[in-house]
Design a protein around this ligand. Structure first.
Ligand SMILES: [Zn+2]
Length: 106
């Protein structure tokens, strides 16, 4: 009877000693799992190909040779282009404001 009681207590102590370790392991696994998911989410957010550049800015200006209104990409500002109408070289203005004002623009 006495031995049984002792083993029972020992078993109880053993479980109690194992519990914090198990809880720590579970917590660690959970944190690692969450961290992995978070890293994946952040990674996919940063490395996901950006939305197609449909919102490209276009500037308007008037050809100095023929007066035709031309449209050009903002990234080409300051570069040389050829007027599609008169085939003359023209330099795209740095900004739409320095060029002919767009009708209806503020
Ligand atoms: Zn022209």
């Amino acid at each position: 009877m006495r031995i049984e009681k002792e083993t029972g207590i020992a078993a109880c102590y053993g479980q109690a000693a194992m519990l914090p370790l198990w809880a720590a392991m579970t917590a660690l696994t959970g944190i690692l799992l969450l961290g992995g998911v978070a890293a994946l989410a952040i990674g996919s957010y940063f490395f996901w190909p950006p939305r197609p550049a449909q919102e490209e800015v276009f500037y308007h200006f008037q050809c100095p040779a023929c007066g035709r209104k031309l449209r050009f990409r903002a990234r080409r500002a300051g570069k040389q282009g050829i007027c599609p109408r008169c085939r003359k070289r023209c330099t795209y203005p740095k900004s739409s404001a320095s060029a002919q004002a767009q009708p209806g623009g503020s």
